[in-house]
Design a protein around this ligand. Structure first.
Ligand SMILES: NS(=O)(=O)c1ccc(C(=O)NCc2cccc(O)c2)cc1
Ligand SMILES: [Zn+2]
Length: 261
């Protein structure tokens, strides 16, 4: 029905432009980042995350990813600094990942992809009244992208992976209070930044992307738990494992990628 989209052969990224023509636009995401061609900009200050009073609400399987939603009725958890002119409110975070052993990040670095990518989604509540309005207007959103690389176990990711069994099926939502995503961030927040889009339909060209250079390290076992989710609802008969829910890199079309340092 309507604009159903997914990551399969018939409804995947190569078919999205049918219902969402902006898929072929001039500022689409993700992209392949070439560090040596990124412009180091000394005016780019550090990213500042004020998440200390953040309020997580729930964790959900929306049929495309697993999403943790936050209370965003005030400026209790914001990102600012760097390329941002205003504070942007944390709305949700979610992940993209691959199949066993293969890659799953959306952004790539010199053609290399990581096992997964975390997206912390923020919106400009100074300029816009609602997330929806911000999400469909240029620079209404700021998404902080963090690569996940396999290695040692991540000491805090278990708080997410231990909850995944409660949201196995599309449409499931469970309480998820008291989680502060600051515990997921790598030690350095040096980043690349460029103007892009949502990486899933409606693919609005409304995102200031901030991609952190240093990956967070998680174990293969922890990553494997994401693959126990399914794209399909509990009532559907076929169970399609949720994996490879990533869009491949899109053309840069003359855009500049800046580097913090
Ligand atoms: N993968 S991503 O971070 O680019 C991304 C972030 C948020 C969304 C999203 O919020 N989609 C739903 C949506 C879009 C526009 C307006 C809405 O009210 C909701 C989609 C992709
Ligand atoms: Zn995403």
């Amino acid at each position: 029905t309507g604009n159903q989209w997914g990551y399969g052969k018939d409804d995947g990224p190569s078919a999205w432009n049918t219902n969402y023509p902006v898929a072929d636009g001039d500022r689409q995401s993700p992209i392949d980042i070439l560090p040596h061609q990124a412009r180091h900009d000394p005016n780019l200050g550090p990213i500042v995350l004020n998440y200390d009073r953040c309020t997580s609400i729930n964790i959900a399987n929306n049929g495309h990813s697993v999403v943790v939603e936050f209370e965003d009725s005030d400026d209790r958890s914001v990102i600012q600094g760097g390329p941002l002119d205003n504070p942007y409110r944390l709305k949700q975070f979610h992940f993209h990942w691959g199949g066993k052993g293969c890659h799953g990040s959306e952004h790539t670095v010199e053609g290399n992809s990581y096992a997964s990518e975390l997206h912390l989604v923020h919106w400009n509540a100074v300029k816009f009244k609602t997330f929806g309005e911000a999400a469909s207007t240029s620079d209404g959103l700021a998404v902080l992208g963090i690569f996940l690389e396999t290695g040692d176990e991540h000491r805090w990711l278990h708080m997410i992976t231990d909850a995944l069994y409660t949201v196995k099926f599309k449409g499931s939502v469970t309480d998820f209070k008291g989680f502060n995503p600051k515990c997921l961030l790598p030690s350095s927040l040096h980043y690349w930044t460029y103007l892009g889009s949502l990486t899933t339909p409606p693919l609005h060209e409304s995102v200031i992307w901030i991609v952190v250079k240093e990956p967070m390290i998680v174990s293969e076992k922890q990553l494997g738990k994401f693959r126990t989710l399914v794209f399909t609802g509990e009532e559907e008969d076929e169970r399609t494992r949720m994996e490879n829910n990533f869009r491949p890199p899109q053309l840069l079309k003359g855009r500049t990628v800046r580097s913090s340092n």
